[in-house]
Design a protein around this ligand. Sequence first.
Ligand code: TTP
Ligand code: MG
Ligand code: MG
Length: 412
Amino acid sequence: MPGFVVLHAGQTRRIEPADRQLNRHLRETHQKPQPLHRKITPNVKQSDLMRIIVHVDMDAFYAAVEERYNPALRGLPVAVGADPKEGKGRGVITTANYLARKYGIHSALPIARAWRLAEAARRRGEPATVFIRPNFPLYREVSARIMQIFERSADAFEEASIDEAYLDVSSRENFPTAIEHMTQLKAEIREKEELGCSFGIGPNKLIAKIASGHRKPDGLTVVASDMVQQFLDPLTIRVIPGIGPKGEAFLHQRNIRTIKELREIPEATLTEWFGKWGQRLFEKARGIDDASVSNEWTRKSLGEQETFEEDTRSPSVVTERLYSMAERIIGKLREKEFSGFRTVTVTVRFSDFQTSNRSHSIKNGIRVDNDGEALRLLKQEALTLLSPFFDAQENPRGKAIRLIGLRLEKLF
Ligand code: TTP
Ligand code: MG
Ligand code: MG
């Protein structure tokens, strides 16, 4: 029985999430089961709850974009990078598609060496490699569109590089729903952008990132929290973000090749070798990572989301929650010593997971120095933004609401 689940396109496998396991245990011991739709109570810190973090990385990104816009390239080995000048070129490969990788061509390889590898393959009778100069504006444009798709699908989103992102989907509550959703997302990217990507799902960013690289291309690797150590142990230390060629060589000299071997090194030894980074490495070897998923802009905003115990159609229930969020958010705003805000956003997620945001910006902003007044104005703004979700235009089929969020942006 594998400790973690690797899903490829079209494959599914049943996973028993921790909360179902817990409930089975509770029932067997004649205790009351917990509701599966966990309510995120405002005074429970997110770090106290089980998180579900996704990392997604596009497959052979620059090369895949080139293939998408030039179908003649499909099925051929493609290397994107400097001009090879028949083997005399300077510069490096930015990336190669998976066919070219079979020849040993990869990112950061000197272009002249890539050329020699391609020539050698050609002489063996294999297809010739197509060398292409990078078209960065195109990659940025495609990246921006993909990021928008990812961003819509998460409670919190972080663009980690041109072709990768972290999504916090904790409010989707369990691994199976997250898996289903990410499978859909993968299909959506394939359909809209004709590109492949690999997903990793885990209890934190570190595990999600390692998982997304575990099976590439077109992978979906899921590591539940109780499987973390089993997943990590046999892997090479090189998969740990921050261990580059130098760190790897240093550890190899000390006979440390796998994460299991790294885990056997005492913390004091690691700090002696690496200083403060040694402490982080000690944690990473154990799959520990508390970093939150956040883009710079999210730090400049303040908000809360809450999933209802049961989906609701009651305006008074939703309004009441929204008002109490408003109170807490104004409190936080003052705690963090901001003077005010300019934009208010209300998020509504319906029972079918369709999620909509409505925002309003107030030209001169709302100041929090007169606390009572700011709260009154915020409640008014929030209610104005919320009410259309109850009318036939925004919600023609009268869907029930699953989650509500309130966020203040453009803080000052
Ligand atoms: P990666 O995600 O590292 O690589 P990739 O998407 O090409 O391939 P895969 O993820 O399937 O292994 O990097 C994303 C893009 O960033 C890549 O397409 C080109 C660029 N890049 C460089 O320009 N130089 C580099 O050294 C690397 C690693 C990537
Ligand atoms: Mg990639
Ligand atoms: Mg990447």
